[in-house]
Structure formats: C-alpha cells, structure tokens
Design a binder for this molecule. Structure first.
Ligand code: CP
Length: 301
C-alpha cells in the first residue's frame, strides 16, 4: 500500500515523477481519473490549505470526499482511540488524509488501515505533502533544486514543515541556513541527522547577514499553539521580519516561500514584489496534491 507518512521515504524518481504528473495535470486536467474513489479527510487540528486543497484536488479528479465537520464532532471526543477510528473509516473509503497533534499518528494509523494513509501533519514531526509542493514551487521558480542556497527562518523548533524539508535536503545538495531565535533552533536530533548526511548548513540569529547569498528564503510563523508555558510570551524578533527595506540587499531572483498561515513575519508590502512566491506555493498545493492522490490511488504510474 502506498502510505505517505514521511519525507524520509521519498527518492528522486518519485519526486521527479510527481513533478511530471503535476505538470501534466495542470496542462491537461483529468476530470474522471479518480471517479468512483472516496477520500476521507480526518483533521484533528485546524487547517485551511491542506484540507481544502486535498478535498478540491479529489473533486477535480472526479472523486468524492467525506469528513467529520470538526474533530470534536467525531467519536474521538467520546474517547475512541485513533487506531479504532482509522480502522473503521478505512473500511468506508479508498484513501485517508490525516492531520493529528501527536507525532507518529500517521504511522500508527498505517498499522490498522486497509487503505493508504497520507500524513497531512503529525504534531511537530512531519508535513510531507507540504514539502512536495515546496520543492515543486522551488523548481518552478529556479528551474532546478540542486545546489540552491536556502534559508529556513522562524520557529525551527516547532515547525513541522521545516522538519520535513530538511529531511530530504541531502537529495539535492542544498546549502542550508537556519535562522531563528536561540530558543527556537532546529531540534538536536535533526541537526545530528544532517551532519551524518553531510548536508552543509550553518546556524544564525541574524537574517540580514546571510540574505544576499540566498536563492530561497523559507519563512515560518511562531507556532504558539505548540509552546510550553515558559515560551508562551515569545514574539517574533523585529530583525527577522521581512520588509521591502530588508530585501534591498537580496539577489534579484530570490524567492520567498511560506507554508502559511503567516502572522507578522512577512510584511504585506512584500506581497506585490517579484520576491513573493507564497501564494503561488499555496496554489501549487492543489496541483501537487492531485498528483499525490493519483499516484497513491494507483491510477497513474
Ligand atoms: N500550510 C499548511 O499546512 O496550512 P494549513 O494549516 O492551513 O493546512
């Protein structure tokens, strides 16, 4: 079964095949490709982009979707375990898209599911489909992935999108820069993994000192909902906020990505500059997730 739980499982052929299929679905929509298939979207945390883009992707390919209105209206609020919930839902549908606050929830779900599980975010751990659309967007902007200078900036401690991203950076020989307040640095286990894979990276607290070197600036918001109480009053440092003034030293082809939602970390004045790529990135979610569903459900090879 084609579960999609972690970026660690991706290899170059899968990613290139996915990009080709995405391009093809943009050029030539396939409104009946998944007809007769049903996707359950099981979101135990809030979402706008991931849930709606997956559901729209399914509809655009001729499939159907089902879900609970919100997780409080599911029987998990009566104490049902995730395993029991997934076991039952998997007997109704062809694929399950799961977002859950617990790390490893998707892997747990694969132990009982009769159908493919797609991880739409599990706690602090991973958001692999976000990484696929991030890579697709970067490729669209720079026409390559290899050797790019990429800064990840913001809450690197709690951000699952950046955790997913760095897990496959070694495939593309990217040069990484981690920019965050000291208390929100990339977790030690990921740093250790990157060293083992010989990924080139450096750690910074000042965005402006590295900005002129960058091809991609990947911003993230501070994930206050995941904070322990001793960090709860933390605010975004003003020198990490992206403004037109900060960007005056940027390369002309720098592109700024953000998984969204944003808070204050990118000033809206940046939205109309050629650097801004985050809304294009969010739109790509719809196309890349169509390709993910087609490959997962075995209707494309
Ligand atoms: N990027 C992302 O995961 O957004 P949502 O939380 O709105 O799904």
């Amino acid at each position: 079964m084609k579960h999609l739980t972690s970026t660690k499982k991706f290899d170059l052929p899968y990613i290139l095949n996915l990009f080709q299929l995405t391009d093809s679905l943009i050029k030539k929509p396939e409104p009946t490709l998944l007809s007769g298939k049903i996707m359950a979207s099981c979101f135990f945390e809030p979402s706008t982009r991931t849930r709606l883009s997956f559901e729209t992707a399914m509809l655009k390919l001729g499939g159907q979707t089902t879900s609970f209105v919100d997780y409080k209206s599911s029987s998990s609020s009566k104490g049902e375990s995730l395993k029991d919930t997934i076991k039952v839902i998997s007997s109704y549908v062809d694929v399950i898209v799961l977002r859950h606050p617990k790390e490893g929830a998707s892997t747990l779900a694969t132990e009982v599911s009769k159908v493919p599980i797609i991880n739409a975010g599990d706690g602090l751990n991973q958001h692999p489909t976000q990484t696929l659309l991030d890579l697709y967007t970067i490729h669209q902007c720079h026409n390559k992935l290899e050797g790019l200078h990429v800064a990840l900036c913001g809450d690197l401690k709690h951000g699952r999108t950046v955790h997913s991203f760095v897990k496959i950076a070694s495939l593309f020989g990217m040069r990484l820069y981690f920019v965050s307040p000291k208390e929100l640095e990339m977790p030690n286990d990921l740093i250790k993994d990157l060293r083992q894979q010989n990924v080139k990276f450096t750690i910074h607290q000042n965005l402006s000192e590295i900005l002129p070197k960058l091809d991609i600036l990947y911003m993230t918001r501070i994930q206050k909902e995941r904070f322990q109480s001793n960090l709860s009053s933390h605010t975004y440092p003003s020198h990490h906020i992206v403004t037109k003034k900060l960007l005056k030293d940027a390369k002309s082809n720098l592109k700024i990505l953000h998984p969204l939602p944003r808070n204050d970390e990118i000033h809206p004045e940046v939205d109309d500059t050629p650097f801004a790529c985050y809304f294009q990135q969010a739109e790509n979610g719809l196309y890349v997730r169509q390709a993910i569903l087609a490959l997962t459900l075995g209707t494309s090879t």
